[in-house]
Design a protein around this ligand. Structure first.
Ligand code: BEZ
Ligand code: FE
Length: 302
C-alpha cells in the first residue's frame, strides 16, 4: 500500500477508473471531490464532523429533501439566471420571467378546458379569481396552451406532501380557449415554510437562516411550438417578498390584487360574495431548435 500525500490521494481517487463510464459525470464528480478535499483541509474537519455530515446527508435523503435544500441554496434560481443570460446573449425575445419550479410539483393534475376550480372546497379562505391570456412574444394568443397551476393550501402545505390535503387539491391543468384565455377559481394562498425540525431546517438553523417563502402561485405553461415556461406569481404585501428562502421572487411577477365587491361582477364570476381578483397574462417564447422544449419535472419530494 502506498503512503499518499493529500494531493496524491486526490489524484488517485480521481484517476481510479478502468471503464469509460460517463465522462461528463466523472469530470463534475472530480471537481466536486476536489472542492470537498479543500474544505476538509482548510477547515481542519474532524472525524466527528465528517460523520455528522454523513448522518445528515442520509437523513436528507430519507426525507426526500434534496430538491428543497437545492432551492434553499439558490441552485434552481442559478439555472434560471443562466437561462436568462443565454437569452440575452442570443438576443432572444424574452417571455414572462422564469421562476423556480420548486420541489412540490406533481404532474398530471386534473385537466379542464378554459376554466377550473383549483380547491376542493374542504378549506375556507379568501376567494380568489385569476384570469388572463397566454400569448407569444409576438403578441399572438396561444390557443390550447396548458396552464398547469399549483399552490399551497390554507396551512401553507401542498397536496401530496401535506397529509391534511386530498390528492390534487389546489392543483389543476387548464387548457386555454381559442383566444388563449384561462380562468381559475381558488383561495388566496399563504406563504410556505420548510418543515420544522427537518434536515433542511436543521441546516438553516445552524446557518442562522429562516425557511420561509412568500405567498405565491406556481405555473408551468406549455403550448405547441412554444418554449414551456415555469414561473410563479407573488402576492404583494407578504413579509418575505424580498426575503425568499429560495431566492426566487422577481419584481415583474408581483401581481396586483383587486378586491371585487360589485354584485354584478360577483355574479359574472359565479362567486358567492366579495373576492380577490388577479389578472395576469403570460408570454411564451416561440420555440426554435436552440431552446429546449421540455423541462424535467421534479421527482416526489417532501
Ligand atoms: C415552493 O415553491 O413552495 C418551494 C420552493 C422551493 C423550496 C420549497 C418550496
Ligand atoms: Fe410553492
Amino acid at each position: 500500500m502506498p503512503e499518499y500525500s493529500v494531493e496524491q490521494l486526490l489524484d488517485h481517487v480521481n484517476s481510479s477508473y478502468s471503464k469509460p463510464g460517463n465522462e461528463r459525470v466523472r469530470k463534475i464528480a472530480e471537481r466536486m471531490i476536489c472542492h470537498i478535499y479543500s474544505v476538509i483541509v482548510d477547515f481542519n474537519v474532524s472525524h466527528a464532523e465528517l460523520w455528522s455530515l454523513f448522518t445528515w446527508i442520509n437523513d436528507l435523503g430519507t426525507a426526500k429533501q434534496a430538491g428543497l435544500l437545492g432551492a434553499g441554496i439558490g441552485l434552481e434560481q442559478l439555472l434560471d439566471i443562466l437561462a436568462d443570460e443565454a437569452d440575452k446573449q442570443a438576443h432572444r425575445a424574452k417571455g414572462t420571467p422564469r421562476a423556480i419550479e420548486g420541489p412540490l410539483y406533481i404532474p398530471n393534475a386534473p385537466l379542464s378546458k378554459h376554466e377550473a376550480r383549483l380547491d376542493d372546497g374542504s378549506e375556507k379562505g379568501e376567494p380568489l379569481v385569476m384570469e388572463g391570456t397566454v400569448r407569444d412574444t409576438q403578441g399572438k394568443p396561444v390557443p390550447h396552451a396548458i396552464v398547469d397551476v399549483w399552490h399551497a393550501g390554507q396551512g401553507g402545505g401542498y397536496s401530496f406532501f401535506d397529509p391534511s390535503l386530498q390528492e390534487f387539491n389546489y392543483r389543476r391543468r387548464i387548457e386555454t380557449d381559442e383566444k388563449g384565455h384561462y380562468l381559475s377559481h381558488s383561495l388566496l394562498p399563504p406563504g410556505y415554510a420548510v418543515p420544522p425540525g427537518s434536515p433542511t431546517q436543521q441546516l438553516l438553523d445552524v446557518l442562522g437562516r429562516h425557511g420561509n417563502r412568500p405567498a405565491h402561485i406556481h405555473f408551468m405553461i406549455s403550448g405547441k411550438n412554444h418554449v414551456p415556461l415555469t414561473t410563479q406569481v407573488n402576492i404583494p404585501g407578504d413579509e418575505y417578498l424580498n426575503d425568499d428562502f429560495a431566492f426566487a421572487t422577481r419584481d415583474a411577477l408581483v401581481v396586483e390584487l383587486h378586491k371585487i365587491t360589485d354584485p354584478k361582477k360577483i355574479a359574472q364570476y359565479r362567486q358567492n360574495g366579495p373576492f380577490t381578483y388577479i389578472e395576469f397574462d403570460f408570454t411564451l417564447q416561440v420555440a426554435d431548435k436552440e431552446l429546449p422544449t421540455n423541462r424535467q419535472a421534479a421527482p416526489e419530494q417532501e
